[in-house]
Write a protein that binds this ligand. Structure first.
Ligand code: ATP
Ligand code: MG
Length: 260
């Protein structure tokens, strides 16, 4: 099962991805993948050591594709690098949680339209081939632009969650993502409403999403404990009193129902 979390900047993708990863790791072996160029999923999992993203592992990229990252256009490299051993060997393990692994993808320099480079070939192959055993699950923390996913990777996404918050900006982004997702073959899209302060806000967003024909799998209140967790550098899961956490637990249940 692959779950992708996307939405406008700052809407809460990393908080939701990290918290879902923890919750779902009670039932599944979870690979949490940071696919956002501005990587901070590790932080939401309470990991603060410096992590080298896979896109910056020059030796590995060279070994697997036969070319240096950023090599000049026209250089020949393998389009189907061997990657089956990488999810295990490159993922960051938790001392306290055997079921949770983190993979940080990093940024691929965009070199113009249709650009393919060794690093992006490796990342795409890795995402595509994260061949899952039955009890495994992948959660992708993404940027709003999902074009870089590529059709074959996108096809492997089972549920795409678009996060929205009260306000037209994130709703407009959601509409754009919905169209892009349809273009690249992602069929199952659902929304989560985050940062709700009152009934009015929830009704506003719900109505707008209905007009856009987007369904909703859950909503999360605005919660000071989310900010506190971020300041203290600890995962939200450590704050059992958090209302936002409670809502994310419900969302996880709904996801599990949908994917069974
Ligand atoms: N339910 C909530 N209540 C209060 N604050 C929240 C809530 N959800 C997220 N935040 C805060 O909003 C900010 C952005 O959250 P987060 O980093 O998860 O968003 P993001 O979508 O991953 O952002 P980016 O686009 O920069 O990657 C953080 O400061 C976080 O603490
Ligand atoms: Mg983020």
């Amino acid at each position: 099962m692959k779950i992708a979390v996307t939405g406008k900047g700052g809407v809460g993708k990393t908080t939701l991805s990290g918290t879902l990863a923890f919750i779902l790791s009670r039932t599944y072996k979870v690979f949490a993948i940071d696919a956002d160029p501005d990587m901070n999923l590790a932080s939401s999992l309470g990991i603060h050591t410096k992590i080298t993203p896979i896109s910056k592992m020059r030796e590995l990229i060279k070994e697997r594709t036969g070319a240096e990252p950023g090599s000049s256009f026209g250089e020949v490299f393998k389009m189907n690098p061997k990657i089956s051993d990488l999810p295990e060997s490159l993922s960051i393990k938790y001392d306290s949680n055997e079921n949770l692994r983190l993979l940080v993808m990093g940024t691929v320099e965009k070199g113009g339209e249709g650009c393919i480079c060794p690093a992006s070939v490796l990342l795409k192959a890795l995402m595509r081939n994260l061949i899952l055993k039955k009890d495994e699950l992948v959660i992708l923390d993404m940027e709003a632009g999902i074009e870089h996913l590529g059709r074959r990777t996108a096809e492997a996404v089972d549920i795409m969650i678009i996060l929205v918050e009260p306000g037209l900006k994130s709703l407009e982004t959601a509409d754009r993502i919905k169209k892009l997702a349809a273009d690249i073959g992602i069929n199952k899209i659902t929304c989560v409403i985050n940062k709700i302060s009152n009934k009015n806000e929830e009704e506003f967003v719900t109505r707008k999403l209905e007009e856009m024909e987007l369904n909703v799998i859950g909503s999360i209140p605005r919660d000071e404990i989310v900010i506190k967790a971020d300041m203290e550098g600890k995962p939200l899961i450590s704050y059992s009193e958090s209302k936002a956490l409670k809502s994310i637990e419900d969302i996880a249940k709904n996801i599990l129902i949908q994917i069974k």
